[in-house]
Write a protein that binds this ligand. Structure first.
Ligand SMILES: [Zn+2]
Length: 253
């Protein structure tokens, strides 16, 4: 049974037996794994209290080839995000991130870039000013990494640049992106974006630093939040549990 080492984010923890836990870990090198941590809840835990939800640990585990749970043998805390303990909105955003990682990714498929994006997002959730956009950029990073990134400029039906006027642009959830007027006909599962919300979404999806300073007007933000929420729900097959908690937090415009 090979022993493997990785950085891991704890995204779920379920108590089992007297003192043990089954953890869902989003690891940098191995993707999502479920591992048994024997004695994790003992007073003198062998894991040095490194297994709190949404903390980053350096772990060693025995990787079982079969369907059986992997076995955690070592865990050392690397980073804990203190703002999650102080700020309920930050905590909800953190739970949403862990829900996306847990539900959208498959076991044992590594996504190191997504791991890094999650850690950076969690690290900066204390910044209420940019929190909403950071969470949105994390959602887009998830979609991009999983090959589900919606087209935002060229029509996903015909490939032509979508001309934006004062009428809302159709954003196809099932087909995956904006639709020109001719391709829009007959498309079900469509959300609508205004010109301003589409432009803002394009900026929030772009590399560089413009996403930090671009002014968000509340109406555009609401349309973006709604469309990306619907898109994530479509891919998940249900509405994420934490999405409503997220929407209840103020949009930091
Ligand atoms: Zn088209």
């Amino acid at each position: 049974m090979p022993s493997v080492r990785s950085l891991a984010l704890v995204i779920r923890s379920v108590d089992v037996f007297e003192t043990s836990s089954v953890l869902t870990l989003f690891t940098r090198e191995l993707g999502k794994v479920s591992a048994l941590a024997k004695g994790a809840r003992r007073l003198r835990s062998p894991f040095q209290s490194g297994l709190d939800l949404l903390s980053v640990c350096d772990i060693v585990m025995l990787h079982k080839a079969s369907e059986a749970l992997d076995l955690l043998t070592e865990a050392m805390l690397v980073e804990r995000f203190d703002s999650l303990r102080r700020d309920l909105s930050a905590l909800y955003a953190g739970y949403y991130i862990s829900e996306l990682l847990g539900e959208l990714t498959h076991n044992h498929v590594p996504h190191p870039r997504l791991f890094d994006a999650a850690v950076v997002t969690l690290r900066h959730l204390n910044d209420a000013q940019l929190r909403s956009r950071r969470v949105l950029r994390f959602e887009l990073a998830c979609l991009r990494e999983l090959g589900l990134m919606p087209a935002l400029e060229h029509c996903v039906g015909c490939g032509q640049l979508v001309e934006v006027d004062d009428t809302p642009v159709a954003f196809g959830l099932a087909i995956g992106g904006v639709l020109c007027k001719s391709c829009r006909a007959g498309q079900g599962q469509v959300s609508l974006l205004s010109r301003s919300s589409l432009l803002t979404l394009q900026i929030l999806a772009s590399p560089g630093q413009a996403w930090r300073t671009h002014e968000l007007d509340p109406d555009s933000w609401q349309l973006i939040r709604q469309s990306i929420g619907l898109l994530i729900s479509y891919h998940l097959g249900r509405r994420p549990r934490m999405l409503d908690f997220l929407a209840a937090t103020p949009a930091d415009s």
